[in-house]
Write a protein that binds this ligand. Structure first.
Ligand SMILES: C[S@@+](CC[C@H](N)C(=O)[O-])C[C@H]1O[C@@H](n2cnc3c(N)ncnc32)[C@H](O)[C@@H]1O
Ligand SMILES: [Mg+2]
Length: 316
């Protein structure tokens, strides 16, 4: 079972829904090709014609047909977009304006999820004291810095060297963030190094990686036993197409045109499926919504555009 703000949802229901989407011959071509892409990066793990017959989660072999050796999470075309605007991470009115604007809201979710899971008092000055956290795809360190101020021991990693330089240069300006360690590397490299963390974050990253399933498995492998993995991403919906692409990139000009590829977005059901297959048990999910009326961001039951989900590494 995992809960959204205000309601409990059975993950089994979601799996059934996901499988219906995966197996339905009436599913749109976009949906089917995307799911295959999400699940296996180019090598379809199963197609509409080989749909599962039961509503239960299909066997591993059904999902994981032999495929090319995993070549890592980096999609060069995606990382090039971030390298091109690396100097703008701390410009609150630049391309990362939406990330700055949604920061208090997503940090409130993260703080609450971590404090609840690790039985920490969220009302103290340093509620995350003692927790070892890695922020994968940390960009300029927009989340690493407040986490360090909350007492966490933070490692920020990003595939783009320029991002790491900008993040490091910014963090050392303040004693409360100078303890953050930054490295230009990937989740899979940290797994090879057998690194482990209490909490693993990947915020607005999974829609930019080469193989979301393998990426998710790396995130899970980085979590200690009973550790937490928190992922945020964009839903693949009509609303996200209208708001995150047409609105943010073309009308409001918040982001450079072409920042996002809608077909790489993931529905909450697909993320739940990926997490389950990576031995992560989803705990809580919340939508991150922007109100044009109040010009404010908030957490909501509405996951139709952007959402964040916490999960716990299952016991093996
Ligand atoms: C949309 S930004 C999000 C930045 C940060 N997580 C935040 O929310 O403020 C995506 C980041 O992921 C990084 N990235 C993309 N692919 C990556 C990969 N395979 N491994 C690590 N970082 C990656 C990009 O360089 C970029 O900094
Ligand atoms: Mg993004």
């Amino acid at each position: 079972m995992w809960r959204t703000r205000g309601c409990l949802l059975q993950s089994s229901t979601l799996f059934r829904q996901s499988l219906r989407v995966l197996s339905s011959n009436s599913t749109s071509a976009v949906g089917v090709s995307n799911i295959n892409q999400v699940v296996s990066d180019g090598t379809p793990s199963f197609t509409a014609n080989e749909s599962p017959t039961s509503a239960e989660e299909p066997s591993q072999s059904r999902f994981q047909k032999p495929k090319e050796k995993y070549k890592g999470s980096i999609d060069n075309a995606e990382t090039a977009k971030f390298a091109a605007i690396a100097e703008t991470w701390w410009d609150h009115y630049g391309p990362y304006k939406p990330l700055h604007a949604m920061n208090p809201v997503r940090l409130s979710f993260i703080r609450s999820a971590l404090c609840h899971h690790f039985r920490k008092d969220g009302d103290t000055a340093k509620p995350l004291d003692g927790l070892k956290v890695v922020d994968v795809g940390c960009g300029g360190g927009l989340v690493c810095e407040p986490l360090a101020r909350m007492g966490a021991q933070v490692l920020g990693v990003d595939a783009v060297e320029k991002n790491i330089k900008v993040a490091s240069a910014h963090a050392i300006q303040d004693p409360s963030t100078s303890s953050i360690q930054y490295r230009c590397t990937t989740a899979e490299q940290l797994v090879l190094e057998k690194q482990e963390f209490d909490a693993v974050l990947a915020l607005e990253v999974i829609e930019h990686v080469a193989d979301p399933m393998e990426f998710c498995k790396s995130l899970a492998a980085l979590a200690k036993k009973d550790g937490m993995v928190i992922i945020s991403t964009l839903n693949r919906s009509i609303s996200s197409y209208g708001l995150a692409i047409v609105g943010a990139e073309y009308i409001l000009g918040w982001l450079p045109k072409g920042t996002h590829d809608w077909s790489k977005f993931m529905t909450p059901e697909e993320l739940a499926l990926l997490m389950n297959r990576a031995s992560l048990s989803m705990e809580e999910m919340a939508g991150i919504v922007f109100s044009p009326l109040t010009q404010r961001w908030s957490l909501s039951d509405d996951t139709s555009v952007d959402y964040i989900a916490s999960s716990v590494k299952k016991q093996k």
